[in-house]
Design a binder for this molecule. Sequence first.
Ligand code: G6P
Length: 278
Amino acid sequence: MPHSLPASLHLDGPDASRVEASAFGAHLLSWRYRGRERLYLSPNASFGAGKAIRGGVPVIFPQFGERGDGPRHGFARTLTWDALDIAGSLPPRLAFALRDSAETRRHWPYPFEAELDIEPAANRLRIALSVRNTGQEAFEFSAALHTYLRVADIAGTLVHGLEDRDYLDSTQGGAVLAASDAPVRFEGEIDRIYADTRQPLRVTDGEQLLRLEAEGFADTVVWNPGAELAAGLADLGAGEHRHFVCVEAGNVLSPVRLEPGAVWTGAQILTVEPSAGR
Ligand SMILES: O=P(O)(O)OC[C@H]1O[C@H](O)[C@H](O)[C@@H](O)[C@@H]1O
């Protein structure tokens, strides 16, 4: 990992699979399968107070984007979580926990416990976020796994499975646009929220076929900044937009409501399809 990133933990799995994650943000930085990197991490990524890592899988909680009064995309991605000592657990996983603190309560007044579990199993990776309400009153939150998928070239990348869905176009102030009847393709900036997308999605780039499934997350966000925006982001840089697409599993449009003592879990499952697996 570059020096500008925090120390990471790793876990090796079958078929030359390996995950690396940092306690800063409970941030998954790398997923390799057959020795090949499947996630995108910006070469210009950095981290620090209030500064999230660009790439990998940022954990978005308890608000998405600017849809709330707290820090953009929530505080979870810029706080240091506890790495849980679960050596020997089955299935093998990396796990991190975050509890409310003076810092979180400054932005969001509720007591909670969150856990992020990262379970690599060769060509399959499950990332699960759980939130428990440890307080005396119900609360609402949004959450997402902001997954940066590495692609051969964004120009040849397609996202399949959203063809029949209307979407909110965040590049047009959240205007609702009609289903396109075609896979999502990337010419310039794409920033869309699709509601209620439970079927598996597929991402193709001419080299790899990746299946994406979600549990507990109703929405899908698809984002690529395009050339102009990427060049203007200090932690991305000119041309970097070509190497990734974000396909995010989230509860963005309808927050999750959690009663005292209740637990919610949302997961994203990534599978390199064997037929195309490289
Ligand atoms: O730059 P960030 O705060 O990490 O946000 C990166 C992106 O996240 C999501 O995908 C949003 O839909 C985009 O509007 C946003 O630009």
